[in-house]
Structure formats: structure tokens, C-alpha cells
Design a protein around this ligand. Structure first.
Ligand code: 5AD
Ligand code: SF4
Length: 477
């Protein structure tokens, strides 16, 4: 089985991964393509597992597939456009091979429901993020000449009992979903509509999955959720204990359980929310060396008035207080962020607030986006998308230019340090070099010598660009 990243957009490696999936056998064949966030990538592994148990092997050759599933993203309009173009290509394949089943999964499936199937006739099957257990039935329905849809959202589906089929066997780093859905209503965001209510996964199944991954040779897990800080097992949203015979577990406690799987297993997590990120999470990071010193803490805007229109539930000052807490409790922590530029009504002054918060925090890395209005969101209903396209573009370019400076400075400050690196594989540019990441999530490239992927090495940093650190392996710190 093989998994290959075939495209990585400039705007966000994690945010815009596109992957192909494969493993070969004589059984019926499934081809899965994933777009969007890490959660989609992780969901495709659950889908592969469910289809696997029903007699489907995956293939990376779309021409030999019996079923093509495309796991989609709705977060911005251009993410949807890319998928639509791809669906048109698949449709032409179906013209030559009428038995081919084409299905759409994920956020676009949930958002557009029957329209892709009935009005646009682009697909045979539509399955939302909580309907993947039903996929084998849906494929069968299509086989009997019907169009198949299941877009029911669930209050409790977490796929907790399904061991995902890892799509990069021999990999080092795996995603582990710890919760699904989102109860925040950020006004720009379509996720609460496409992924439904927030629910946490049973911690025992999470720890078990991490143990198995470690035994298989994985050395890093990323705990995934739309808002990991509100992970809450065995507590209702009102704070009542659900099962008196089981303990309650919050995110900090879950991190500790996973950190104890092995000191050689690195723990990362994404995404944190500034309104919910508590000091006990930071204290747990400081307590365990294998919990990486890296937090992705989306700010979205540096202006309190924009944050209010975005319904983010925090102010500029609150965000800066959380940054101070990180610096105080985990001093070596790297911080990355997401920024949206040109949100409804954004004035020049509000944009300047974003530029100044970037200077105050000096983010190590940022994913930066132009605001893209999404149907049904609070912002679409309440506000005008009134910042002209050329102004959005100019402001985006200003924040990108600023971030490049900050990333370069952050990397330059690391020259001379000796850092512990987990080796992920060959460097993209040179067979003679290996590439890995430091605890702070920066990519580090160094000569191969006799080292191998999965090894931990100490690397002395000697040079850098704004994106990469370069160095040489040394004996120890
Ligand atoms: N337009 C632009 N960017 C968006 N994001 C979410 N919704 C939108 C939108 N409508 C960005 C946010 C979020 C990241 C995953 O995508 O910055 O944190
Ligand atoms: Fe969207 Fe906000 Fe939930 Fe993140 S926290 S998924 S931005 S609604």
C-alpha cells in the first residue's frame, strides 16, 4: 500500500493537502483522493478501513478502480472549484466505463447534498462525514441502478472502534482523530454546518490506536480535532457526568495518557482555540519532553472589532495574554497561526491591527487566506462581503511579506543550536540528504550518512532559508 502527496498548495501544507491512496490486490478496487484539512486525510483512512472490510482494496491507478471516492473540502470557494474540475474529469472516465461508481465524501457532500447528484449529475453517491459506515450499502445501492445519499449528521459518531488503514505504510507520523465536529460558530466558517456537533472520542481507543502505531514503527502522532481544547470525555455539554463508572478526561489529561505510551513517541496536536486554551495544557506540554513545543493558535485577525464580527469570542488582549502564557510556561514553544484578510467591513485601521499583532507575537509560521464568503454562514447572513478583491489581495500580500520576514528571523535565531530531530525520510531536493522536524515543527535538512527514517538524531543548525533549517548531525547536545 502506498500513499503519495501529489500536491501541496502554497497557502497551507496542512490545510491544503491533496493525496492519492493505494494498495494492490485482486479484489474490487477503490480509488480515494483527499482534499483539504488533516481531518479529511484521517477520515479517508477510516473510509479505506470500512471499504477494506467489505472486500475493497485501494489502488492508486484510477483507471483500474471500480469505485472512485473523492473526500472534499468546502472551507473556501476555490477548494470547491478544484474538486468540481476533478469531478468533471472523472465523469468523462465514466462515459467510457459505465459501471464505475463515483462518490463524493466530506464537507462538499454535506453542503451540497443532492444537488451534485440530481441537478448537476456529477456523481452517483453522496456521503457526509458521519455516514462512512454506510458506504458499502451506498455503493451496493448504486449497483442496483439507484443514486445513493446519506448526509445524516450524528451527535455521537466518532468511528472510535475502527482502526484506520494507514495510507502511508512504513510512515513515521500519523494523524489520530480525537474529536469530531465543532460547536463554535465563527461567522466565516462552514465547518459547523458540514461536520455537525462537537463530540469527543473514547480516550481508551485513542491510547490503544497510538500504542499500535508505535508498535508498527510510527514515532509521531498528531491528535486532531477542530478545537482540541474542548475535548471532554464523559461530560455532557452542560458539564454533567454521563457514565458514573468511568472517569472524565479533558485534553490535558488525554495528552498525558498518550505521552505515556512511550517517551520515543512524539505528540503533536491541532487545532487549539485561543478562547479555550488553558494553562493546564501548557503545563502538560512543559512536563513531557515528547509533547512537542509547538502550538497552532489561529488568531484570524489582530483587531478586536473584526474578531467580534467573526464571533471568535476573544479580544486582541485575550489572545496576547494566551501568547504570554505560552512564553511563560513553554519558553521554547514555536507558535503558528491562521490569518484571514479582507473580512467583511475590514477597514485599513483594522488591517493594520493584524500587521501589528504579527509584529508583537512574531509567529514562526502562518497560513494566510483571503476571506471567501461561504453560503449559510453567519457572516453571509449578517454582513456584506464588501472589501474589494484588489484590496484583499494587497492586504494578503502585506501580511505574507511580513510573515516571511518573521519566519526568516525565527529560523536565523536557531543557527548554532543543537536540536533533536525525528527523521521523516529523504530530503525533497537531494537523495544525499535527509529531512526531519525539530520539536518546534520546523523542517531540518542534513547529510544522510548512515541515518535512517524513524531515527532521532541531534543536528547542529548551520544555515537556513525562511522555510528550512540546514545542519549536520552531532553526537549529542
Ligand atoms: N474564508 C477564508 N478563510 C477561511 N478559513 C475558514 N473559513 C474561511 C473562509 N470563509 C480559514 C481560517 C481557519 C482555516 C482552517 O481556514 O483561518 O482557521
Ligand atoms: Fe470553524 Fe471556528 Fe470551528 Fe474552527 S473553531 S472549525 S474556524 S467554527
Amino acid at each position: 500500500m502506498e500513499n503519495k502527496v501529489i500536491d501541496e498548495s502554497v497557502q497551507g501544507s496542512a490545510v491544503m493537502l491533496k493525496t492519492e491512496t493505494s494498495f494492490v490486490s485482486d479484489s474490487k478496487k477503490l480509488y480515494v483522493e483527499s482534499y483539504g484539512c488533516q481531518m479529511n486525510f484521517s477520515d479517508s483512512e477510516v473510509v479505506a478501513s470500512i471499504m477494506n472490510a467489505n472486500g475493497y482494496a485501494t489502488t492508486r491507478n484510477v483507471d483500474e478502480a471500480d469505485v472512485v471516492l473523492i473526500n472534499t473540502c468546502s472551507i473556501r470557494e476555490n477548494a470547491e472549484l478544484r474538486v468540481r474540475n476533478r469531478l468533471t474529469e472523472f465523469k468523462s472516465k465514466k462515459a467510457k466505463k459505465p459501471d464505475l461508481v463515483i462518490g463524493i465524501l466530506g464537507c462538499m457532500a454535506e453542503r451540497l447534498k443532492k444537488s451534485l447528484l440530481e441537478e448537476e449529475q456529477l456523481v452517483d453517491l453522496v456521503a457526509g462525514p458521519d455516514a462512512y459506515r454506510d458506504l458499502p450499502n451506498l455503493v451496493e445501492e448504486v449497483g442496483t441502478g439507484q443514486k445513493a445519499v446519506n448526509v445524516l449528521l450524528s451527535r455521537d459518531e466518532t468511528y472510535a472502534d475502527i482502526s484506520p488503514v494507514r495510507l502511508d505504510q512504513g510512515g513515521i507520523s500519523a494523524f489520530v482523530t480525537i474529536m469530531r465536529g465543532c460547536d463554535n460558530m465563527c461567522s466565516f466558517c462552514v465547518v459547523p454546518f458540514t461536520r455537525g456537533r462537537e463530540r469527543s472520542r473514547d480516550p481508551e481507543t485513542i491510547v490503544e490506536e497510538c500504542k499500535v502505531l508505535f508498535e508498527q514503527g510510527y514515532r509521531e502522532v498528531t491528535l486532531l480535532g477542530q478545537n482540541v481544547d474542548s475535548y471532554r470525555w464523559n461530560l455532557s455539554s452542560k458539564g454533567e457526568i454521563k457514565d458514573p463508572n468511568r472517569p472524565t478526561v479533558n485534553f490535558a489529561q488525554l495528552m498525558e495518557k498518550v505521552a505515556l505510551v512511550s517517551p520515543a513517541l512524539r505528540i503533536r496536536f491541532s487545532t487549539s482555540h485561543p478562547k479555550d486554551m488553558t494553562d493546564d495544557v501548557l503545563e502538560m506540554m512543559a512536563k513531557y519532553e515528547n509533547i512537542c513545543s509547538y502550538i497552532h493558535l489561529p488568531v484570524q485577525s489582530g483587531s478586536t472589532s473584526v474578531l467580534e464580527r467573526m464571533n471568535r469570542s476573544y479580544t486582541r488582549e485575550w489572545y496576547l495574554d494566551r501568547i504570554n502564557a505560552i512564553r511563560r510556561i513553554v519558553p521554547d514553544c514555536a507558535i503558528s497561526t491562521d490569518i484571514i484578510t479582507g473580512f467583511c467591513g475590514e477597514t485599513e485601521e483594522e488591517h493594520t491591527d493584524t500587521l501589528t499583532i504579527m509584529d508583537e507575537v512574531a509567529f514562526d509560521f502562518a497560513y494566510m487566506f483571503k476571506y471567501s464568503e461561504r453560503p449559510k454562514t453567519l457572516a453571509e447572513r449578517r454582513f456584506d462581503d464588501d472589501v474589494p478583491e484588489e484590496i484583499k489581495t494587497r492586504r494578503l500580500n502585506e501580511i505574507i511579506a511580513k510573515q516571511l520576514q518573521h519566519s526568516l528571523t525565527s529560523n536565523k535565531n536557531q543557527i548554532g543550536q543543537v536540536q533533536k530531530i525525528l527523521i521523516e525520510g529523504n530530503s525533497k531536493r537531494s537523495e544525499a540528504h535527509l529531512s526531519g522536524r525539530n520539536s518546534q515543527n520546523a523542517v531540518v535538512v542534513f547529510p544522510k550518512e548512515h541515518y535512517q527514517k524513524g531515527d532521532y538524531v541531534f543536528v547542529k543548525i548551520e544555515d537556513c532559508t525562511s522555510a528550512t533549517l540546514m545542519g549536520k548531525v552531532v553526537e549529542s547536545i
